[in-house]
Design a protein around this ligand. Structure first.
Ligand code: PLP
Ligand code: SF4
Length: 332
């Protein structure tokens, strides 16, 4: 993979994602027999992955835990009872385009429908983003919704990936947000520092340092192999700018469904300045049933994890349920 060594900006990397299943299989020296099903599954939810993430995968290993998160499989096309398009009924908590208001005090805002990576288990894989992306034109409506509800004190930028937008747009957004004195915190849910650590630029750090409210960045890594030296450096940079760093992971069969992996994930995160926040059980989204784990297995794993780590390195095991007032905590 010679192109991995050349110096490029994160925008270049973002416009040079691997989207062709054949290219992915070739780069990783994988069995070409995987191609046909990958092409079909990618029609429903396209393949997207940065080269820098692929570079952390093991060549010739179809079971690589990073590969499994992004490789389209024929299994995704099976209809399985209980796995649906909108498991969280998000389309019902959507008062203005680009804004979800489900929980007290915080709203979730979508700045873009773009993600740098397409995670096959994503509960938003069927979400009608195109209709729900406010664009600059929709911001006015969005900010007036927030202004009209003084209980809202936290804005969460979420997926798509909010760090896929450029720093200029981020800055305009937070400049407008700063006019609302009710806002105490900005939270960003992003996978970019993990899958494309070059996104953490000087400009991003400068932007973060001038914000008039606290900034929390919730990254998303599922396996310790995702956190290599480049990612560690990017995370430590964010940390040294005073940003609170948390991680959310999803418990995925065949990826991180064993205690050693989960312990190592927490340890690697902490050594990069990140505290584990949530460990989500899989949302029952159509196309992701092959990542699902039996309840008894989840319980056993989690109880063992608790017995192995200091409390502050144990993520909260949660499930998201439509209509609930918070994430639902599972097991003590
Ligand atoms: C998960 C989620 C949040 C954040 O929940 P926390 O428990 O505060 O992390 C906020 N809004 C929506 C719509 C969510 O799905
Ligand atoms: S980065 Fe987040 S929103 Fe985007 S596909 Fe992955 S899990 Fe879904």
């Amino acid at each position: 993979m010679p192109e991995l060594n050349s110096k490029k900006t994160w925008q270049d990397a973002l416009s040079n994602l691997i989207t062709d299943p054949k290219e992915l299989l070739t780069l990783l020296e994988l069995d070409p027999a995987l191609l046909d099903e990958a092409i079909i599954a990618a029609r429903a939810f396209p393949l997207r992955v940065p080269l820098s993430f692929v570079a952390r995968m093991q060549k010739g290993n179809p079971d690589d835990p990073l590969l499994k998160q992004i490789l389209p499989l024929g299994l995704e096309m099976q209809e399985v009872r209980g796995f649906v398009s909108d498991p969280l009924a998000e389309q019902q908590a959507n008062p203005v385009p680009g804004l979800l208001h489900k929980y007290h005090g915080r709203v979730l805002v979508t700045l873009t429908s773009v993600c740098a990576v397409h995670c096959r288990y994503c509960f938003r894989r069927h979400f009608p983003y195109a209709d729900n992306n406010p664009g600059r034109a929709g911001w006015k409506q969005l900010f007036s919704y927030i202004a009209e509800d003084p209980t809202i004190n936290e804005v969460i930028l979420s997926g798509g990936d909010p760090l896929a937008v450029n720093d200029r747009l981020l800055r305009s957004f937070t400049n407008e947000l700063a006019a609302l004195s009710q806002i105490k915190r900005l939270r960003i849910h992003t996978r970019l520092p993990i899958v494309l650590p070059d996104r953490v630029t000087d400009e991003l750090i400068e932007w973060a340092l001038q914000l008039p409210f606290n900034l929390v960045v919730v990254v998303h890594a599922n396996h310790p192999q995702e956190i290599d030296e480049t990612v560690r450096a990017a995370l430590l940079r964010l940390r040294s700018a005073g940003i609170h760093l948390l991680n959310q992971a999803v418990l995925l069969k065949g990826v991180n469904d064993n205690v050693e992996t989960l312990v190592n994930l927490s340890e690697s995160l902490f050594s990069a300045g990140v505290l584990p926040y949530y460990l989500h059980v899989l949302d029952k989204v159509k196309g992701a049933h092959h990542f699902d784990l039996p309840k008894a297995k989840v319980r056993e794993l989690y109880l063992t994890l608790i017995s192995r780590l200091p409390g502050f390195l144990v993520p909260r095991l949660v499930r998201e349920e439509a209509g609930e007032l918070s994430k639902t905590l599972l097991y003590p």
